[in-house]
Write a protein that binds this ligand. Structure first.
Ligand code: 13P
Ligand code: SF4
Length: 318
């Protein structure tokens, strides 16, 4: 049954000259399929870059809405489909364009830097778009130019970047519902049980958790840490969809989920984004047979948003 579904998906991808672009948080079967069929599994920055550079007619995004929108903004001539149009992100939801735009107007002297986890409209209002893998270097650069920053929407990532760069940053107060649940007190207890383990933390986590990290970084940076570091055990504070790739790159290393439930919790599958989980093989097959969740963006919005995303791609290619 599963094999027949995968065979059908592979045939349809070829037939429609479509490519599957997946995030590390979606299910392992989708990640494997993306790689086996000439697509990619990666962090949000490389998903955007791959979509822009690929020659397919159709990009199918296994991730959340903002990832589909970014792909469409960078490749307006391609058809971009998502597997479920309700798969959103709390950061995107927490930053509605009308309020955000008013906030920008009130602080017109500041350079507007927004995280990729935002709507096309918010990106269009921004001077720069960044991802977790690029936020530090972009803000450092802007700080060196003497610019004051208005940051949105993730307060935890903003706070981390602020602490690291010393830039003058005014923060929007959004958060990721998945990373916000990691608990510092329970993490300290877990670290005591595994004194030789390295702790890997995504910077969408609260400051108290970030302060306990051996490595803070994007999904790609955390996977590279598991692959390249000498430790044999890792405590991982990010969505547990990432374990699929981590196990693949370092099959003999031990991976432990960071706790989300307070001291004493022995957490299995706690940190998983409900919107990423909406991506399934069944929906991929359905999308290929009946392409209904196409991303459409107003032309003017898309052009303005493209300008700020392109700046990021150029900056990170330097
Ligand atoms: P990355 O850019 O690190 O993949 O993060 C995207 C995301 O949504 C994390 O929650
Ligand atoms: Fe958004 Fe958090 Fe889900 Fe990432 S894990 S898509 S930031 S809600």
């Amino acid at each position: 049954m599963l094999t027949s579904m995968i065979t059908q998906i592979k045939q349809l991808l070829k037939q429609k000259n479509a490519v599957l672009v997946a995030h590390y948080y979606v299910s392992g079967d989708l990640q494997t399929l993306a790689e086996e069929t000439g697509g990619i599994v990666s962090d949000s920055l490389e998903m955007a870059r791959f979509g822009r550079n690929c020659v397919a007619d159709t990009i199918i995004v296994a991730g959340v809405k903002f990832m589909g929108e970014t792909a469409k903004i960078l490749s307006p001539e391609k058809t971009v489909l998502v597997l479920d149009d309700k798969a959103t992100c709390s950061l995107d939801e927490d930053c509605p364009i009308a309020e955000f735009s008013a906030f920008c107007d009130q602080h017109a002297d500041r350079t507007v830097v927004v995280y990729a986890n935002t709507s096309a409209e918010v990106k269009a209002r921004a001077d720069w778009v960044v991802t977790s893998g690029s936020a530090l270097s972009v803000v450092k650069h802007l700080h060196q130019q003497g610019e004051k920053i208005l940051w949105a929407p993730d307060k935890h990532l903003g706070n981390y970047v602020n602490n690291e760069t010393g830039a003058d940053m005014l923060l929007w107060q959004g958060s990721c519902v998945v990373h916000e649940r990691f608990k510092a007190d329970a993490l300290i207890a877990l670290q005591k049980q595994h004194p030789k383990a390295a702790t890997l933390v995504h910077p969408e986590s609260p400051q108290a958790v970030v302060e306990l990290a051996t490595v803070v970084g994007s999904t790609t940076a955390l996977i590279n840490a598991v692959k390249n570091r000498e430790e044999q055990t890792f405590i991982v504070a990010t969505d547990n969809g990432i374990f699929h790739k981590m196990h693949e790159v370092a099959p003999h290393k031990k991976l432990i989920e960071a706790p989300t439930m307070g001291t004493g919790a022995d957490c299995e599958s706690c940190a998983h984004c409900e919107w990423m989980a909406m991506n399934t093989l069944e929906k991929l097959l359905e999308t290929l047979n009946n392409p209904q969740n196409e991303i459409k963006i107003d032309k003017n919005i898309a052009q303005q948003a493209q300008y700020s995303i392109q700046k990021l791609l150029d900056f990170t290619e330097k």
